[in-house]
Structure formats: structure tokens, C-alpha cells
Ligand binder design. Structure first.
Ligand SMILES: C[S@@+](CC[C@H](N)C(=O)[O-])C[C@H]1O[C@@H](n2cnc3c(N)ncnc32)[C@H](O)[C@@H]1O
Length: 357
């Protein structure tokens, strides 16, 4: 059990290695990271068997930027037949689990394997229950089986409340037919990731106001409107008529980098594709000056040193808030719907919530 296995978007294996190595060094967990390009996964091999568990205990999964899923465990070769027997034998040394997810990597090979996983899941589940290795009302860890092929699986464990919310970290969100653009799913995913579901009614509701910078045609505005908010949409481009017809949207043709609301708004969202330092500075101004209470902003990734650059920007934003004496929580994730970008969520922790009407 000396391996921490992580899934990621293909092409971002190097970022996962840099990020986990950074944390491991800080936490004094000895080991090294390795990954094959475009494999959609990376491993951190610890020198001590308890290393992966220490990393998982000390780190909050939701706060990692590039990994989509993680599990501690090891690779197990599988025979052509009686895979279940081999798995059960391996699991005999592991605790009883409260859930099991069969996962594949986000690659073409992985997609082909998902049919096999679907067929394999039912008999495996039955066998696990029969062997006392799966107890769904128990409080054991989640069993994560990542199939690299029909002949090799990573058998891993993770706590359900400190790992991905969805198998492989890929959300199953339905595209709303009325939404003006597909990027609507990005803001919806951001909310799932950054805001606990039981806080949505308090933090995303019809008493609130929002500003959408770079709003056209309106996929993100649609999400704010769907929660009942009054939205100021800033963009020189046209907004979808269906959104304007709701009466909840004011469209201003203005520059998103100079626009400021007259009063504090609850939400600022920004999907303008710009240099990341410029979007980061925008975040610092809006949260730092109290122009909004919460924000979701995209940061485009540079070509090289992508983890190091994001880290540097986040640290700079945090230093800016410290210098202003304001308290802000900062989250950052490469969401499933992000490509060459990451999504940041910031929230003023020292501002009173708006009184509800
Ligand atoms: C990726 S699109 C936004 C898509 C939108 N979030 C949606 O879901 O439909 C980026 C938008 O930013 C706008 N934009 C670019 N620079 C801007 C600026 N300086 N001020 C305001 N809008 C800007 C573009 O016109 C474009 O409509």
C-alpha cells in the first residue's frame, strides 16, 4: 500500500506530479512521483508504507488542483478467468468497505474498458457482500478499483468524504436545453465542487444579485438566473433573447476589467479568456474592495510550468488580501469541464451575508 494513485485530465500528469511532490515535501512524506504522458494518471510512490495514508490524512482532496480522484493501494495483476477470486484474496488484508466504485482512466483505452466494468460490477458487488468485504451502511472506506486493462487493476481505498464526489471525478450533469451555451455546465460544476449542496439555498438564492463579466451568450448568466438572481451581464457581444426575456438580466456593453457595481453584489462570475495575471488581479480587486461576496473566475493556464504558475498567482492573491486585512477563502480546481484552464472560487469570510427579504 505504498502508492497514492491519482486520475487527471490527459496531458496534465506533470502538473499532478508537481503538485503532489510539493505537498509531500512540505509534509515530510518521502517518495517520488511518476507518470506517463497522456496516461490520465500519476502515482506518488512513498518510501514508507504509511506514506499514502499520511498524505490523505493531511490533505483535503477538494483543495488539490489537478487530481480528479485519488486512492492509496497497489496494482494487482488479474488472470483471464476468476478475476473475482484474485480480488477477494487481495482484499482479505483490507478493511470492510462501505462502497465500491469501478473506475477507468480518461483515455480511449479507458472508455473501451468501461463496458467491461459495467458487466463486471454486479457479480463483483455480490461477491464482496457475500465475503463480508462490502457493507453499505458501515463506515468503512470506499473501495476504488481502477482498471488499466482487463488484466491489471489498481486496488485502492479512499474516504468517501475526502475523495472525488463522482467516479473518476467526472460529474454527471445534464445539459439544460434552454441554456444558451455548453459552458453553463462549467459554472454548475464549480458550484457542486466549491459549495456544499446543503448550502446552495443560503448561498445561491433569489434574494441575491450577481455580475457576469464576459457573459455572452449567457451560459453562466443562465445558472445565476436559474437560482433566481438579478444579474448584470457585461459583454459587448449579444446575450440570448431567452435570458433577456426573463426580466432578471440587465445587459451592459462595457469592459469587464473596468466595470464596478454601485453596490456590493453577492456573486461575481467571470469567464473572460485573458492573461491569467489579469483575471487574478480582477479577483483581488473585487473581493479585496468588497465589490462581491463570492466569485467564480476562470484562469487560463500558461503553456509551461502550469502548476507552479497557478500556485504563484494564488499565493499572490492571498498575499494581497493579507495586506488589505481582509479574510477570503480561496479554492482552485481544474474541473472536468475545464480544458487549458482552472476555476477559482473565492469567498469573503468577514462580510455579513445580505439580509434576506
Ligand atoms: C468564453 S466567452 C463567455 C461564455 C459565457 N460564460 C457563457 O457561458 O455563455 C468569453 C466572453 O468574454 C467577452 N469578453 C472578452 N473580453 C472582454 C472584456 N474586456 N469585457 C467584457 N467582456 C469581454 C467575449 O465577448 C466573450 O463573449
Amino acid at each position: 500500500m505504498n502508492t497514492l494513485f491519482m486520475h487527471c485530465r490527459p496531458g496534465f500528469e506533470g502538473e499532478v506530479c508537481s503538485e503532489i511532490s510539493d505537498h509531500a515535501a512540505r509534509l515530510n512524506v518521502a517518495g517520488y512521483a511518476k507518470a506517463k504522458p497522456q496516461s490520465a494518471c500519476a502515482e506518488f510512490i512513498c518510501h514508507e508504507p504509511e506514506g499514502p495514508q499520511r498524505l490523505m490524512r493531511e490533505l483535503r482532496f477538494a483543495e488539490l488542483i489537478f487530481p480528479r480522484q485519488w486512492a492509496r493501494g497497489e496494482f494487482v495483476p488479474l488472470p483471464e478467468s476468476d478475476r473475482i477470486g484474485v480480488l477477494l484474496e487481495h482484499l482479505s488484508n483490507l478493511p470492510t468497505c462501505s462502497s465500491v466504485w469501478l473506475e477507468v482512466l480518461d483515455t480511449n483505452d479507458g472508455k473501451e474498458l468501461s463496458t467491461f466494468c459495467r458487466k463486471f460490477e454486479v457479480p463483483l458487488r455480490k461477491a464482496l457482500i457475500k465475503a463480508g468485504k462490502l457493507q453499505e451502511d458501515g463506515n468503512g472506506p470506499r473501495l476504488l478499483l481502477t482498471f488499466k486493462s482487463g488484466r491489471e487493476v489498481f486496488v485502492g481505498l479512499a474516504d468517501a468524504d475526502n475523495s472525488a464526489m463522482w467516479p473518476m471525478g467526472i460529474p454527471r450533469l445534464k445539459f439544460p436545453r434552454e441554456a444558451p451555451s455548453r459552458s453553463t455546465l462549467k459554472l454548475e460544476e464549480a458550484w457542486h465542487h466549491f459549495i456544499p449542496r446543503d448550502q446552495w439555498d443560503a448561498r445561491l438564492n433569489g434574494d441575491m444579485t450577481g455580475v457576469d463579466l464576459g457573459a455572452a451568450p449567457g451560459g453562466w448568466t443562465y445558472q445565476l438566473v436559474r437560482r433566481g438572481m438579478l444579474v448584470t451581464a457585461i459583454d459587448n457581444g449579444p446575450m440570448a433573447e431567452s435570458l433577456m426575456d426573463t426580466g432578471l438580466v440587465q445587459h451592459l456593453m462595457a469592459d469587464g476589467f473596468t466595470f464596478k457595481p454601485k453596490q456590493t453584489v453577492d456573486w461575481m462570475v467571470c469567464d473572460i479568456v485573458e492573461k491569467p495575471a489579469r483575471n487574478a488581479a480582477l479577483l483581488e480587486t473585487w473581493l479585496g474592495e468588497g465589490l462581491c461576496r463570492e466569485a467564480v473566475v476562470n484562469l487560463k493556464l500558461p503553456m509551461k510550468q502550469r502548476y507552479a504558475e497557478v500556485r504563484r498567482l494564488l499565493d499572490r492573491i492571498a498575499d494581497g488580501f493579507k495586506a488589505r486585512g481582509v479574510k477570503v477563502s480561496i479554492g482552485c480546481k481544474q474541473l472536468y469541464h475545464d480544458r487549458e484552464e482552472v476555476t477559482c472560487h473565492l469567498r469573503r469570510l468577514d462580510m455579513k451575508p445580505r439580509p434576506s427579504h
